[in-house]
Structure formats: C-alpha cells, structure tokens
Design a protein around this ligand. Structure first.
Ligand code: TRP
Length: 456
C-alpha cells in the first residue's frame, strides 16, 4: 500500500521516541498496579517472575508491534489493512484495538483523576477519607475533566510538538520525584524489612496463578495488546533501530517499576501496614502511611503528583491510538479528532467515575449480576478493567501476535527490524522469529485460558 511518508508526522529524534514510548509504558501500571500485585504475590517471588516475563515475552513482542507500525506507517486498523486489504476479518482485530484504546482511556482517566485530586487534597478535601472522596460525584467528575483536558491539549499539539515534547519534560520530573521519595522511604526506621520482602524471592510463593498474573502485568505495563505500540512505531523514521529503541523503552519502564517498589514497600513495612491489600494499596494504605511519617504531608503531595504525571504520559498514548485511526482512515484533522473523540471519552467515563459510590445504590451492580458480580466485579469501572484492560488485552495480544507472525510473516517483521540496522545479530534475529512464531502465541494463549477459566 502506498505510504504518504512526506505528510505523515514523525518523531523528531530517537531519544524523543524512546521517551514518548517509555511515557506510554510508565503509568498507573508501574506505580499503582505493580506494587499491589507484588504485595499480594509474596514480594520478591512476583518481582522475579515479572522480570522474566518482561524480558523473555514482553520485549520480543514489543519489537513485533513496533515493526508492523513502522512498516505500514498506519494506525492499527490501517496497519492490518496494509497487509490483508480492507475486506479481511483481521481488520476487526484492528477495530478492537481502537475501541480498546477508547474504553481503557475512559476508566484509566477516572483513576488518574483521583491521583490529581490526592495531589491537591489538602486544598480541596482535607479531611475526607477515600470512600467519601470517590463517592462525591462533582469532585470525581471535575477531576476527571481536568485530567482529560490535559490529555487532549498534549495530543492536540501533535506527535513531535505535543507528545514528544511533553514526554521530554515530564519524564525527567517523574524520575526526580521518585528518587526523592525513595530517599525518604529507605531512611525510615524499619525500612529494611520492606526491602527484604520486596527483593528476596521466596521460591515457595511461585505458583501457576502468580506466573499468569505476572505475564498479564508484563503486557499491561508495556502498553501491549491493543496497538498502542503499533501506532507509536508508525511515527518511527526508517533509519531507527527498532530493537535498540524498544530495549531502551523496556529498560526505562522496568527501572521505574522497580523504583516504585523501592519507595512503597519500605514505607509500608516501617509503619506496619499490610502489603497485601490489593488495589486500595496506593489510595488507602499509602495516605495512612504518609500521615505517620515525618515530612509525610510533603511526600504525599509529591507522590500523587508523580502518579498524575505517569498517568498523563500513558493516557496520551491511549488517545493517540484512536486519533490516529480517524486521521489516517477518515481523513479528519488532528484537532477535529482530538476534540470530538475527547468529548465522547468524557461521556463514556462518567459511569466509571460514578461507579465507586457516587451513583448511590446503582454503584454496586449486584442488582444486575447478583452478589458474585460479573467476573467477580461489582462496579462499572471494575467490569471494564477486567473485560478490556485485562482479559481483552490478552485476547488482543494473542490475535496480533498470530497476525504478525503468520499472516504478515515473522521474517518480514525481521526484515523491517534490520532496515535501520539492528543491535540483534543475525543469529538473534532468527531466534526472535522462532519465538514470535512458536513461543509467544502459545504463551499468550495461556494467559487467555487463564482468564477463560477464571484464574485471574
Ligand atoms: N502501560 C500503561 C501503564 O502501565 C497503561 C497503558 C497505556 C496501556 N497505553 C496502554 C495499557 C495500552 C495497555 C495498552 O499504566
């Protein structure tokens, strides 16, 4: 298919791309989800398996999404059409990617809005507990609006002037904030016990469920399974080395996740809180921890600012997937796409925003699904996260890996990787095509089955 390289936007530099893609990867997944999963999964044991999943499965699969994107210079739908033509059923997989971006963005922004609210909580709601906070309709909708508006403004600026520029500004700030908080956390009395829990694996804690959860987290944290990296890869100039850039993205993302644990676990253990509290860890347990520690008020503001920044560089990438579809396939202008889709995302997000208590008796959907809920989830936000953000990504990654390896062809993807020169030696590239064909689709199918049988 003809590509309009001359008109299509591109990243300004390799560093710019790496920071933008790392910004997509680094998000609530690193600072909210990874710590609570590690806390539930016995600490070091989860961390070890997670690192293996990221390095052996996530990273090679990331190269594949980037290659398809750069080769086609298109959004996920356009990328698939560039291989199969527009009549193929595979195009539906691209459609799923765009829809998933829209839906994940809607509820992700609600949680991100809470982070923004907590960063300024002393000003807007000083003595409110989390439950009351999440159940105040105007508060959560207002914060959601603020967060989405920031997302729209960045994406409206374009690939280089908006996304890349803001990633270059925000990621260094994020890095410094994490370092400050780690310093405060590890100098607390009793911090060492937290470090030991987090860093020394207890091999008995490794179970099949833990491996499946770690694999799912590897995909979520690297923004894989719904074409975000196809889209970001589509703006990569032909001379860039895909494997090298992708490897940097994985390294940055991993370092930030590990650092998030370094700041959270010492603080939790030093104050005697429970590391295995699940999703409430960051919004309920941490504020209690901060309240007990010297300089806690300041640390709390910095922490939630950090969380908001991390979420922003990720929400940008979710919106960009949808925007790029309308720009490429429907010839909309970027401005029109951002503001129209933005308005739709805001509307779609309202039920999620109200689902944490603000909708009164309608918040808990047991009246529809019974006490067990739908897939164990009792509220709208939880259901979307399970259906699209967890199980959906696994299904998406399965179809995309089969598509790239078998329909487009793993060796064509390898050729694309070699175009800009590759740090991978010919032997490693061959090993990569083998992994893409025979290992990754099978392993990802394992995660899909994990969801199907309700393990997760
Ligand atoms: N990776 C981000 C995080 O860790 C979330 C995210 C952004 C994402 N874009 C994505 C997840 C695309 C899956 C797919 O918070």
């Amino acid at each position: 298919m003809a590509t309009t390289t001359a008109e299509r936007e591109q990243w300004g530099s390799q560093l710019g791309f790496v920071l933008a893609a790392a910004g997509s990867a680094i998000g609530l997944g690193n600072i909210w989800r990874f710590p609570y999963l590690a806390g539930e999964g016995g600490g070091g044991a989860f961390v070890l398996i997670y690192l293996l999943c990221v390095g052996l499965i996530g990273m090679p699969y990331l190269y594949a999404e980037l290659s398809l994107g750069r080769n086609s210079q298109r959004n996920p739908v356009g990328a698939i059409k560039s291989v199969t033509g527009s009549g193929s059923l595979w195009v539906l997989v691209g459609g799923f990617c765009v829809l998933a971006g829209f839906i994940i963005l809607s509820y992700y922004s609600v949680v991100a809005g809470w982070a923004v609210g907590y960063a300024v909580k002393d000003v807007i709601a000083p003595s409110m507990g989390f439950e009351a906070f999440a159940a105040s309709p105007w508060m959560v909708i207002g914060l959601l609006g603020v967060f989405l508006l920031l997302t729209f403004l960045v994406v409206a600026g374009g690939v280089e002037e908006g996304i890349e520029r803001w990633a270059k500004i925000l990621l260094p700030i994020l890095f410094v904030l994490i370092l400050l908080i780690i310093f405060r956390a590890v100098t607390l009395e009793g911090a060492m016990e937290g470090l030991a829990f987090y860093l020394v694996p207890d091999f008995d804690a490794i179970t099949f469920d833990l491996v499946i959860a770690a694999l799912g987290q590897a995909f979520f944290t690297l923004s894989l399974g719904m074409g975000a990296m196809i889209t970001y890869g589509s703006y990569l100039p032909k001379q860039e080395d895909i494997a090298l850039s992708g490897t940097y993205v994985v390294l940055f993302n991993t370092v930030i996740a590990l650092m998030a644990g370094l700041m959270i676990f010492p603080a939790i253990f030093a104050t005697g809180a429970d590391p295995a509290t699940g999703p409430a860890l960051v919004f309920v347990v941490l504020p209690e921890v901060f309240a007990q520690m010297p300089l806690g008020g300041l640390v709390s503001v910095l922490f939630f600012l950090l969380l908001s920044i991390a979420a922003l560089t990720s929400s940008i990438s979710l919106l960009e997937v949808v925007v790029s579809y309308f720009v490429d396939e429907k010839q909309w202008s970027r401005q029109k796409a951002v503001w129209l889709i933005g308005a739709a995302v805001f509307l779609m997000a309202i039920p999620s925003a109200l689902s944490q208590g603000a909708a009164g008796t309608f918040s808990d959907m047991s009246y529809l699904f019974g006490d067990g809920g739908l897939f164990g989830q009792n509220n709208f936000l939880g259901i979307l996260d399970y259906l699209i953000g967890s199980a959906g990504l696994a299904v998406g990654a399965f179809f995309l890996s089969v598509f790239i390896s078998w329909v487009w062809g793993a060796d064509r993807a390898a050729d694309e990787m070699e175009m800009g020169g590759s740090i991978l030696s010919p032997g490693l590239l061959t090993a990569w095509t083998f992994m893409m064909r025979y290992v990754i689709p099978v392993v990802v199918f394992g995660i899909v089955m994990g969801y199907a049988f309700g393990i997760l």
